[in-house]
Design a protein around this ligand. Structure first.
Ligand code: FES
Length: 166
């Protein structure tokens, strides 16, 4: 028996013939999902890199000089002969040393890459832990890759106090 095309039974579509509808891309399209995940990973990787770099940048970059007190007082007893103490003066670490010649103070930020220098009583010198820089008690460069001497900080001494920034 003859059937016209309008009388086809359901499910008997002719192969290769368009049905008139454009196939829709679904949300589970693997290429789109892969691109989306790659972008998400890129953004997360960027955020992670910034978070990892922040402490390093803060370590290298000392705080602005404008912050902090312009005058710091400490007890003389807190810096016995041959020792040093680091205080924050004008927002920067400042090292006060009690040498046999009296008290001295320097901005403790190393002029090389900004690490904080320490007092080494055995050698009577200020040393930088980052790259082995070494300074004399007058702040002069005595070794290492340091481009400039330490900056001296003014101080005065009373009977029982050391006044930094006096
Ligand atoms: S940061 Fe001090 S020697 Fe490099």
């Amino acid at each position: 028996m003859y059937m016209s095309s309008s009388q086809k039974p359901p499910g008997s579509a002719v192969p290769g013939k368009k049905s008139g509808k454009t196939p829709r891309k679904t949300r589970s399209d693997p290429v789109r999902r892969r691109r989306f995940l790659q972008r998400c990973l890129g953004v997360l990787g960027g955020i992670g890199s910034l978070m990892a770099a922040y402490p390093l940048i803060r370590y290298i970059e000392p705080p602005p000089e404008a912050e902090g007190s312009s005058r710091v007082e400490i007890d003389r007893a807190s810096v016995p002969p041959g020792t040093a103490r680091t205080v924050i003066y004008r927002g920067r670490p400042t090292i006060v040393v009690n040498t046999s010649d009296g008290y001295i103070a320097f901005n403790a930020v190393c002029p090389h890459l900004g690490c904080v220098v320490k007092w080494e009583g055995g050698t009577r010198s200020l040393v930088c832990p980052c790259h082995g820089g070494k300074f004399g008690t007058d702040g002069s460069v005595q070794g290492g890759p340091i481009p400039a001497p330490l900056t001296a900080v003014e101080l005065s001494v009373t009977d029982d106090k050391i006044i930094i920034g006096a």
